[in-house]
Design a protein. Structure first.
Length: 316
């Protein structure tokens, strides 16, 4: 693009540091997986039932066979059919898989891929393919980091995100409900797209974030919910630093979710695909229906967490 001089000012260039350095900077988790499928020459991938359809669609788009595996109630993979040389895609759900567990899993399956999309602040294990998704933790339209020793001999064009900023700016000044459609449209943008690099806008915004503050707030909010809700929670949620959300399992989760909306507390169903993929008696079906991923992010205080917890306890 030819350089321009004068005229109106654009977004300022920030001078801080991104949290991760030395990673392959891409625009989404799908691009991270696509990069690994190409660079690692993966022919077959073991993936969890408990997951959105994006991973499956990416495998199909790149001609990679896949086989589903179940998880335990502790979110751990049950890999009965996988061999030592097979590629395994393991998701660190809610940051509940410890570094020691993942290290042991890596020893058993050397071609392990760790999806830390729900565990941004968990540092990558040495020599382990690991991915992170920025927009699950920060107000950015795209962005993902991939740690890998593999290199794909491909040209990676940069994503352009300026036309997808409206919902973020609108949510900042107005309400989530008014701009929810824009949020959904941005998510759908990544479903069938080609591999792209992180946008210039996102990379710039990620330089302006106080990561220590974000991590601390998310950790404290998570622990405040845990303090108030652990006795009612039907899963044993472990502490998680810089948490994505607090996983609260309840039998009447759908009813609670509907009641919380009336209080402007919005709790998503993260993986609706699971409901058609798994039988009702499975852990995956139970968790997809029953887990309320409660917000713990940097916008909120301990008082907000107490308010959310009180509203839930009233409905149990």
């Amino acid at each position: 693009m030819e350089k321009e001089y004068g005229g109106f000012l654009e977004l300022d260039e920030f001078s801080g540091n991104e949290f991760y350095k030395g990673a392959v900077e891409l625009n989404c988790g799908r691009s991270c997986l696509a990069y690994l499928l190409l660079a690692g020459k993966i022919k077959k991938l073991y993936i969890p039932y408990f997951l959105c359809g994006t991973v499956r669609m990416c495998c199909e788009a790149y001609g990679v066979d896949y086989e589903y595996y179940p998880i335990t109630e502790d979110f751990e993979p049950v890999l009965r059919g996988a061999g030592k040389n097979d590629a395994v895609y393991a998701v660190n759900f809610y940051g509940q898989l410890s570094a020691s567990y993942l290290t042991a899993l890596k020893r058993q399956y050397p071609r392990l891929i760790i999806d830390n999309s729900q565990a941004f602040f968990n540092k990558p294990l040495p020599g382990t393919d690991t991915m992170y998704i920025c927009r699950k933790f920060f107000g950015v339209p795209d962005g993902a980091y991939l740690y890998t020793d593999k290199r794909a001999d491909i040209e990676i064009k940069q994503d352009i995100a300026c036309d997808r900023m409206t919902y973020l700016l609108g949510r900042y000044e107005k309400t989530a409900q008014e701009y929810y459609a824009g949020y959904v449209k941005n998510n759908e943008y990544f479903d069938n797209m080609k591999l792209l690099g992180m946008s210039k806008i996102t990379k710039n915004i990620l330089k302006a974030i106080d990561y220590d503050s974000v991590k601390d707030k998310r950790t404290r909010n998570y622990m405040e919910l845990h303090r108030m809700l652990s006795e009612y929670n039907q899963i044993q949620a472990k502490p998680a630093e810089g948490a994505f959300a607090y996983p609260f399992l309840a039998e009447n989760a759908d009813g609670i979710r509907k009641e919380l909306i009336k209080k402007k507390i919005y709790i998503p169903i993260l993986w609706p695909d699971v409901l058609s993929l798994c039988h009702r008696a499975s852990v995956e079906y139970k968790y997809a229906c029953g887990i309320l991923p409660l917000p713990v992010d940097q916008r909120y205080s301990a008082a907000d967490m107490r308010y959310i917890a009180d509203e839930i306890i009233r409905r149990l």
